[in-house]
Design a protein around this ligand. Structure first.
Ligand SMILES: *Cc1c(COP(=O)(O)O)cnc(C)c1O
Length: 424
């Protein structure tokens, strides 16, 4: 078989099963093309994408402006390493720091790398600025967090599947309940060695848990009172997904202004990934002000691909699309319609217990046990009816379409979802 012969879905699945490590359990659908809110399988069937590669494809599949930026840069200069300067990185750093309102940006590739980077920055800041004794720094994290898959990150996960038999684990983390300010207060008071609090503004992988109103602002204030860094992991919630440029923006008027400089809760350290490239390329970043970022000096940290010219060109184009196409406003508007329609539907349907979320990061809770296959079976039927979504944690289905969706397309999707669930 030639490498580029056309494959059937069955053949493609068999190849992965036979030759690939089994570290995922994909929905059985084999995609070969994407455009905007749509993807097509190898047999030519068209689907609405309701996962958006875990919110990496907020700008829609193969956005022409992002693809142009990427291909033009790929033909010009792809990689220099940071051993030399390139003429794209500084441009991108100026653009992105002004866009998000921070002094400095540290470029990486994947979300997990950016989280690792933020943890390293926080520890170094703790020793060199806060004055914690060497090797004593502690970082507060939340139960049911998801921050990626590295050895350190899974050390403070409480998902047994992600953790078991990957020890010994990295020390120095305190786990508290999400959305629990009292535990945060107690933990901050329990030790003088706390460097940082790492939190997702909405817990995406855990099942789209939205914290109480005011939680993030109050948590940030508690951290500030204890001279502890507030680190927001906005890898999934950031870049317009929740109807704001960042989920930490609260209810400020940032959809219009894209909130540069005026977020309701300004993190000390902001972690971005996924949609920072619109899904075209792995691009992640850590942003912080000089008082924090200046602890990083030559040789302390790095990445061969981090900040490469293609990544810089792609990220600038991807962020411009978010502003030009007012994606935060659209996500806010469509999200309200989606939740209103499905909340109404829940009232007369015994299978859907509730719907929750913000902007276009939403989930429905299926009225069945966590180890039942109902949510998976519904996703298979949704696939048959032309819409792709995936269960997270057994009985929860996340719905996160690209933010370039129109209201008409959303209404079509809502009717597919209602029809499919009604058939159960
Ligand atoms: C996806 C995700 C990550 C990890 O990103 P990768 O690019 O998969 O390493 C980290 N944090 C959050 C909140 C995420 O959703």
């Amino acid at each position: 078989m030639a490498v580029l012969d056309k494959l059937t879905s069955q053949e493609a699945i068999e190849l992965e099963n036979k030759h690939g490590a089994h570290n995922y359990h994909p929905l059985p659908v084999v995609l070969s093309r994407g455009e905007g809110v749509y993807v097509w399988d190898v047999e030519g069937k068209k689907y609405y994408d309701f996962l958006s590669a875990y919110s990496a494809v907020n700008q829609g599949h193969c956005h022409p402006k992002i693809v142009d930026a990427m291909t033009n840069q790929a033909k010009t200069l792809s990689l220099t390493s940071r051993a030399f300067y390139n003429d794209m990185l500084g441009r991108y750093e100026k653009f992105a720091t002004e866009y998000f309102g921070f002094d400095k940006l540290l470029p990486m590739n994947t979300g997990a790398e950016a989280v690792e980077t933020a943890l390293k920055i926080a520890r170094k800041w703790a020793y060199e600025v806060k004055g914690i004794d060497e090797n004593k720094a502690e970082i507060i994290v939340c139960e049911n967090n998801f921050h990626g898959r590295t050895t350190t990150i899974i050390s403070f996960s409480n998902d047994p599947v992600a953790r078991k038999n990957f020890g010994p684990y990295t020390k120095g983390f305190h786990k508290i309940e999400y959305d629990n300010l009292q535990q945060l207060q107690e933990t901050l008071e329990s030790s003088n060695n706390i460097a940082a609090f790492l939190v997702e503004p909405i817990q995406g992988e855990a099942g789209v848990y939205v914290p109480s109103d005011g939680y993030l602002a109050a948590a940030k204030k508690m951290c500030a009172d204890h001279n502890v860094l507030f680190i927001a992991d906005e890898v999934q919630t950031g870049i317009a997904r929740t109807g704001r440029l960042l989920a930490t923006c609260g209810n400020c008027s940032c959809p219009e202004k894209n909130c540069s400089g005026t977020p309701e809760v300004k993190p000390d350290v902001l972690i971005l990934g996924k949609a920072l490239s619109g899904g075209a390329y792995p691009v992640s970043a850590v942003l912080a002000n000089d008082s924090v970022m200046s602890v990083i000096r030559p040789g302390n940290h790095g990445s061969t691909f981090g900040g490469n010219p293609i990544a810089a060109a792609v990220a600038m184009a991807a962020l411009e699309v978010v502003t030009d196409e007012k994606l935060a406003i659209n996500a806010d508007k469509l999200g309200k319609i989606f939740r209103a329609e499905l909340t109404e539907f829940c009232k007369n349907n015994h299978l859907v217990e509730s719907v929750r979320g913000k902007g276009l990061l939403n989930a429905i809770l299926i009225n069945d046990s966590e180890d039942s296959s109902t949510a998976w079976d519904i996703c298979i039927k949704l696939r048959d009816n032309g819409l792709l979504a995936k269960p997270t944690h057994g009985n929860i289905i996340r719905f996160a379409p690209p933010l370039v969706m129109t209201e008409e397309e959303l209404m079509d999707c809502i009717s597919i979802i209602k029809k499919t669930i009604s058939e159960f």
